[in-house]
Design a protein around this ligand. Structure first.
Ligand SMILES: [Zn+2]
Length: 493
């Protein structure tokens, strides 16, 4: 039987502001000492009055504008009433029926094939609320401590429409959001540190009917998002195939066992008794065509940098056969470097340009990235410039140096700087294409390796590879392995 999974996501992200949402306490996720950044407002002492952090409003609106959301002219905060020990007020200031952003969409690509794999994930709303404190349970289970440093930190909540159909899509969406938040500078959105948290609801339906909705809470890694959905699809499928009923409930994710488990049954929706927050004014965000209101949306739009999916589309159009373009969009500095490199190829004719760009991308993605990782250095610490890097790529493309020599030159440029042409001259790395020059080297190697020659004559294929390797070492990579192979065969036939 075929069942179609329908998935919706709820994502919370802590905003990167200097102070908390409704008081002057520092919003410092690095704070190690519990209950340091607290005051009567975030501890909800009687008689306190919250004051709205305008920067947090602005950040959420910028997210909304980036997602093409509708920004209503007016918005407001509401009280969401529930009791939990990490919530000092006994209610959370949140937004109910007038969120800061309505609708919107985020584009993602399931593969590098732009047309085929593009998905626009529809977003229902983005709103602003405050985070809760943190409960710390003792190891013996006998006591619980509480840290209010996080209480009142601005928290953005984003809800998608139920338009996602697989674990992979959900993961890519969450990764896309993280990249967006980081690009906009509104949140670090580090999932492991709880700065971004995901909840998933999922149902399996037959034909066009929707099935019973199950919620999975507290997913704190991209892997958990994808794996828990895949597990849940399988679990619900097995229940439905036995013609049994899926129970509406909230489930948790056991990352060790990679299973979901029942947490609580959802007999009916919890009644939060929402009502407008009486201590805060209604928000006049802007007026269409007038300059009154808290923000000028046109000005805010100008502050939005190039969005990650636009950047990806641009890079992939530049060079359709490019490898994993994600590498570039996730690393702004590497991306800028690559763009500078590409500019140097402007004079190359169209026919060859794509090949050169590809070659540059491969050297960047594997060799340069490898050198950065092995030396644990960042791009700006390297001595290499985009201009000298592009020179090296052109020398490789024009077959003036071997790829082996290319790697050595790159390593030298990364460490000491300099132009590739100079390094080639000083190290004698020009490619030897004159076979007359190679002949004495070949003869010498044959003379010095009688055992290998015997092996070769017995038909051992790797004997030839060994000889070529010797010759490569002797010429310090300046010879072409293909011609070496041919010359050896000629001499030994
Ligand atoms: Zn405070």
């Amino acid at each position: 039987m075929e069942f179609k999974p329908t998935i919706g996501l709820e994502v919370h992200a802590e905003l990167k502001t200097k102070t908390k949402m409704f008081c002057d306490c520092l919003n410092n996720p690095e704070e190690k000492i519990a209950n340091t950044n607290i005051c009567p407002i975030c501890l909800a002492h009687p008689g306190i009055l919250p004051v709205i952090n305008k920067k947090a409003l602005k950040q959420v609106i910028i997210v909304g504008l980036s997602l093409n959301s509708e920004i209503p002219e007016y918005s407001k905060f509401d009280r969401k009433n529930y009791f939990y020990p990490d919530l000092p007020k006994g209610y959370q200031i949140s937004q109910y029926d007038m969120p800061l952003c309505k609708c919107g969409e985020l584009s993602l690509f399931l593969s590098n094939d732009l047309e085929e794999s593009k998905r626009n994930i529809k977003i229902t709303r983005v709103h602003l609320e405050e985070d809760t404190g943190k409960l710390i349970h003792s190891a013996d289970g006998k006591s619980t401590l509480i840290d209010f440093n996080r209480a009142g930190v601005p928290l953005m909540e984003l809800v998608t429409e139920p338009v996602i159909h697989s674990g992979k899509e959900a993961r890519l969406f969450a990764q896309g959001l993280q990249l967006l938040f980081r690009t906009l500078g509104v949140s670090e959105a580090d999932m492991e540190r709880g700065q971004m948290r995901c909840e998933v609801n999922i149902s399996l339906g037959k034909n066009e009917e929707l099935g019973t909705k199950v919620e999975i809470k507290n997913l704190n890694s991209f892997r958990a998002v994808e794996k828990s959905i895949n597990f849940e699809i399988q679990r619900q499928k097995e229940i439905l195939e036995k013609e049994e009923k899926v129970i509406q409930e909230t489930r948790g994710w056991d990352a060790g066992k990679e299973i979901t488990y029942s947490q609580r049954l959802k007999e009916e929706a919890q009644d939060y008794r929402y009502f407008p927050e009486p201590d805060l004014p209604r928000l006049h965000i802007y007026s269409e065509g007038k300059s009154d209101g808290l923000f000028n949306l046109e000005e805010l739009k100008k502050q939005i940098p190039e969005l990650p999916w636009k950047k990806k589309e641009r890079i992939m159009k530049l060079c359709a056969s490019l490898g994993d373009a994600n590498l570039l969009i996730q690393d702004e500095k590497l991306m800028n470097f690559f763009e500078e490199v590409i500019k140097e190829f402007n004079d190359i004719d169209v026919k060859n340009k794509e090949k050169v760009i590809n070659l540059a991308f491969n050297y960047l993605a594997s060799d340069l990235k490898g050198l950065m990782e092995s030396g644990s250095v960042t791009l700006e610490k390297l001595k290499i410039t985009p201009q000298s890097f592009s020179q090296l790529i052109l020398l490789l493309f024009e077959d003036k140096i071997s790829s082996r020599a290319g790697k050595d030159i790159l390593a030298e440029m990364v460490e000491k700087g300099g132009e590739p042409e100079e390094i080639i001259k000083s190290k004698g790395l020009e490619k030897i294409s004159d076979e007359g020059e190679l002949e004495p080297i070949i003869l010498e190697i044959i003379k010095n390796n009688p055992k290998t020659i015997k092996d070769y004559k017995k038909g051992k294929e790797n004997a030839l590879q060994f000889l070529v390797g010797q010759a490569m070492a002797k010429t310090r990579g300046a010879a072409d392995p293909k011609s070496l192979e041919r010359l050896f065969k000629k001499q030994l036939s």
